[in-house]
Design a protein around this ligand. Structure first.
Ligand code: OGA
Ligand code: MN
Length: 305
């Protein structure tokens, strides 16, 4: 099934791209767009509304140098610098290198990013709007990225749970996440005091709203959430565990098997995601990511109270 999306306008314009849904859960492939030249305003508007609708957009067969990747991402919003300085592309604070790739004996990619379900940078007061991940070199098996539809997860909750969580907030902790990560991957450096202090714990509501469509999303981040602010102790922990298990049920999930040249954009309010393992002894993986920031105003527009 393919749909044609034309930019909303009073002028009759030729369609700018086609959309082919990727799975029943979420996602669409954008067909007919080359990302190496910056998109027009009409295309940006159409991409944003496609993202509102599908949560994840796939573009195949792309060739992007770092400048082209950044220029395309910037058209969607202001970019955020890479937090892990040791994994930023040389002289380029906006490109985060992910994967087991080495150069001159040095590990240049972050080897263990995102192996727990998460939404990027929910440890910030205004979490990232979106991420643009480019598959430069992708293993032919393994290393799929999983995405879960947080609108569908919210809609599928029992009515009494939806009622109950409407006023609750989760505590999101960079520190806890990092300790978990280090536990899984001892090659990760110890957290410095400077970084610990730069990212104090933050709270976010369990339910946020897409400001353009009005759809409600479950905002739950198993990787970072350590508790419910209003429900200390076991009650909060149990609710959190229930929501996290619910949010990654197979019916909400799309698994993306990467090919070289794939670009994925995802909306961090619409979906949670998770990386998976691959045979690191056999394959090299190299991904480049830019991160589209959110402003305090844009974040405020997603709050329901
Ligand atoms: C990310 C992420 C997972 C992966 O880039 O934010 O979580 O499969 N990636 O690379
Ligand atoms: Mn991530």
């Amino acid at each position: 099934m393919e749909m044609t999306i034309a930019p909303s306008s009073t002028r009759p314009l030729a369609p700018v791209f086609d959309l082919a849904p990727l799975s029943p859960a979420l996602g669409a492939e954008v067909v007919g767009l080359d990302l190496s030249s910056p998109p027009s305003e009409a295309i940006v508007t159409a991409l944003r509304s496609a993202l509102d609708r599908f949560g994840v957009l796939l573009f195949r067969g792309q060739h992007l140098d770092p400048e082209q990747h950044i220029a395309f991402s910037r058209a969607l919003g202001p970019l955020q610098e890479v937090a892990q300085k040791q994994y930023q592309l040389a002289n380029n604070p906006f490109i985060y290198v992910i994967g087991n790739v080495q150069e001159g004996g040095r590990q240049v990619g972050d080897p263990s990013v995102g192996r727990l379900w998460h939404s990027d940078q929910s440890f910030l007061p205004s979490p990232a709007y979106g991420s643009v991940l480019f598959g430069v070199q992708c293993p032919p098996e393994g290393a799929a990225t999983l995405f879960a539809n947080m609108y569908a997860a919210y809609d599928a909750l029992p009515a009494d749970v939806r009622e109950r969580i409407g006023d609750l907030h989760a505590v999101h902790s960079f520190r806890e996440y990092y300790e978990l990560l280090r536990h899984r991957d001892p090659t990760q450096p110890e957290l410095t005091d400077a970084r610990r202090n730069a990212f104090p714990d933050v709270v976010h509501p369990l339910v946020r709203r897409n400001p353009r469509t009005g759809r409600l999303a479950l905002f739950i981040n198993p990787g970072y959430a350590i508790g419910i602010k209003e429900l200390p102790g076991a009650e909060g922990e149990e609710l959190l565990a229930f929501l996290c298990a619910h949010a990654c049920k197979p019916e909400f999930v799309y698994a993306h098997q990467w090919r070289d040249g794939d670009v994925l954009i995802w909306d961090n309010l619409a979906v949670n995601h998770k990386g998976t393992e691959f045979d690191t002894a056999r394959y090299v993986r190299r991904m480049h990511r830019t991160t589209i920031a959110s402003t305090p105003d844009a974040y405020a527009a997603t709050l329901i109270h």
